[in-house]
Design a protein around this ligand. Structure first.
Ligand code: NDP
Ligand SMILES: Nc1nc(O)c(N)c(N[C@@H]2O[C@H](COP(=O)(O)O)[C@@H](O)[C@H]2O)n1
Length: 247
């Protein structure tokens, strides 16, 4: 049972008050996909992320079409303003997966393209997102756009709980499309099941350029995520490598 609160008649799911322990450890199957340079960067220091060629983008959009949900961090929304729909291959509106944005402080701009009506959008936020004084106005505007807001976590989105909640909503598989900070959060919590990377024959360099997995990093090799090679092949001018995450 979810406890729900009303903010000016707008229902926000507040899962921090949810003590239900049913279905714990039942989560969507998560595929982490990125296009990266050979040195592991997701974009250049000036946020140029044109890495994949046309065939690789078609590969990504086939995955988008096949999953229930597609997830990004608010960093990617603010930097790229993505649509997160299936638009590089033939598709109908019904083929678009549910878009999930992980955004602890509701920083999402109201004109972000992920808030358009091409697909359902869920914003995962936190208990303390309301500290900004204009937050109720923003929630009202998001509600007008039929955006679903889920609160889980106090200051930072609780990704483990979020996965359980999404699974209960019928989202059985998710394409995780980064960026590096959210990818770390997902790997750190052992929430990723499969990895697919397109590696472009390019070197971007730059200490500040985002990488496939950023965050704090594991301290030892013993702690790190271990992968088993599943498949690899040439595509465009690069290669695609697919791994299963060893659990
Ligand atoms: N080449 C590719 O395939 C791709 C490239 N990119 C690139 O990646 C870059 C963006 O990456 P980045 O800046 O790291 O942003 P992310 O998209 O990874 O978003 C990170 C933000 O998510 C929020 N967040 C909330 N809860 C969590 C949590 N539990 N764990 C982790 N994050 C959480 C945080 O913001 P808050 O605290 O406000 O909630 C955090 O700063 C861009 O340059 C983009 O172009 C992105 C995707 C794919
Ligand atoms: N796989 C992949 N290759 C690249 O070269 C990329 N730049 C990305 N970026 C991701 O796709 C999002 C854009 O999506 P829309 O086309 O607007 O639907 C972008 O925000 C990244 O998540 N991915």
């Amino acid at each position: 049972m979810n406890n729900e609160i009303n903010t000016e008649n707008i229902e926000i799911e507040n899962n921090n008050k949810n003590n239900n322990t049913d279905n714990i450890n039942v989560k969507p199957f998560v595929i982490s996909n990125v296009g990266m340079s050979l040195d592991g960067k997701l974009a250049t220091i000036e946020n140029d992320s044109r890495i994949s060629g046309e065939d690789d983008l078609k590969r990504v959009h086939k995955i988008r079409k096949s999953v229930d949900g597609i997830m990004v961090g608010i960093g990617t929304v603010l930097k790229d303003d993505p649509r997160l729909t299936v638009h590089k291959i033939n598709a109908k509106k019904e083929d678009n997966p549910i878009r999930i944005v992980v955004d602890s402080n509701l920083r999402i701009p109201l004109n972000a393209r992920v808030l358009n009506d091409d697909a359902t959008t869920i914003i995962a936020t936190t208990e303390n997102m309301g500290e900004n004084k204009n937050i109720n106005e923003k929630i009202r505007e998001l509600a007008k756009k039929n955006i679903i807001i889920i609160k889980t976590g106090i200051d930072k989105v609780d990704l483990v709980k979020l996965m359980e909640l999404l699974y209960k909503k019928g989202i059985k598989n998710i394409l995780l499309e980064g960026g590096g900070t959210l990818n770390w959060g997902m790997f750190e919590n052992n929430l990723v099941d499969e990895v697919r990377v397109y590696i472009a024959p390019k070197i971007f360099g730059g200490k500040g350029a985002p990488t496939f997995v950023d965050g704090d990093g594991f301290k030892t090799v013993d702690e790190c995520i271990k992968l088993a090679l599943k498949n690899c092949y040439k595509l465009d001018d690069g290669i695609v490598i697919e791994y299963t995450v060893k659990k």
